[in-house]
Write a protein that binds this ligand. Structure first.
Ligand code: GLU
Length: 285
């Protein structure tokens, strides 16, 4: 946690895997408004660790869309794809503590054996590779079998005691609340994806700490993931920011906007003649 005298730092951290929609615009405007209320600064960070889905042209379009909305941020922008050795080092810290293990399961093997789902509705990892012998691990790694690395969450939790984090309400200057984190409901999360030295969860906690982020503003759908982030912060000896979960922008059917469902992009709204003022007004800013 930051010392009381340090300046609040917030961030907007989109993944450049498509164009921004109104849900992103809300999150960005909310973050800049919260930063202003706290007398702090909002940073932009590109979470582009997935080389297959993230594209430089989407990153540029995010910058353009945010500028169009009237937002600005200090330079340089942190770009996660330029920081792989830093994430690898954090993963090694967990490996040295014997908390990271190689997993060779395919998606379909996991789906078949899973006995439940995680808070995002994905099959909970059944633990197949958790107790693989060292010799088999070495043999399969040497053979070049596709591998990802998972946290042994149950073992990790035995060293943490009760985990908590601080959350604050929508005005961000409200009285803080202490929440209990329940990382166990995520099971053994992948921290290094196939062919990549990191995953979203690992990079996000490393970078929030690296950027001195004091307040994380994110959508309510990200509240469960925060439980896992708090666990990683504990294990890596990183500070835990204050969290604030904002409302989600829903479509006419009450579903969260998303790139995959083809929600209208800011670019398409702009092309249809909507102004930044229209967008701000529609979103309540
Ligand atoms: N990069 C994440 C996303 O695109 C959000 C980052 C966060 O708030 O942790 O949804």
């Amino acid at each position: 946690m930051s010392s009381p005298s340090s300046k609040p730092i917030l961030r907007f951290a989109p993944s450049p895997n498509g164009r921004l929609h109104l849900g992103h615009a809300y999150s960005a405007l909310y973050t800049w408004q919260a930063a202003a209320r706290l007398g702090g600064t909002a940073l932009l960070r590109m979470e582009d660790t997935d080389p297959e889905r993230c594209k430089p042209e989407f990153a540029q379009a995010i910058v353009d869309d945010l500028h169009w909305l009237g937002l600005d941020w200090p330079q340089p922008i942190m770009v996660q794809s330029q920081r792989f050795p830093i994430y690898a080092e954090a993963a090694n810290q967990l490996r040295d503590a014997d908390l990271l293990y190689p997993c060779f399961c395919s998606r379909s093997e996991i789906a078949t054996k899973a006995k439940g789902t995680d808070p995002d509705g994905a099959p909970l990892y059944p633990g197949t590779c958790r107790h693989m012998s060292r010799s088999e691990q070495i043999e399969r790694l040497q053979r070049g079998d596709p591998v990802q690395f998972r946290l042994d969450t149950a073992s990790a939790i035995t060293c943490t005691g009760l985990l908590t984090f601080t959350a604050i309400g929508p005005l961000v200057t409200d009285r803080p609340q202490i929440r209990y984190a329940r990382p166990e409901r995520w099971g053994d999360v992948v921290l290094q994806r196939k062919g990549t030295p990191t995953s979203y969860h690992l990079s996000v906690v490393v970078d929030d700490a690296a950027q001195g982020v004091t307040h994380v503003t994110r959508g309510r759908d990200m509240e469960p993931a925060t439980d896992f982030h708090v666990l990683l912060q504990f294990l890596l000896g990183l500070p835990s920011p204050i969290y604030n979960f904002h409302r989600l922008i829903l479509d006419a059917e009450g579903r969260k906007l998303s790139k995959s469902k083809g929600s209208p992009t800011l670019a398409s709204l702009r092309d249809a003649g909507r102004t930044p003022q229209d967008i701000r007004q529609e979103l309540g800013f």
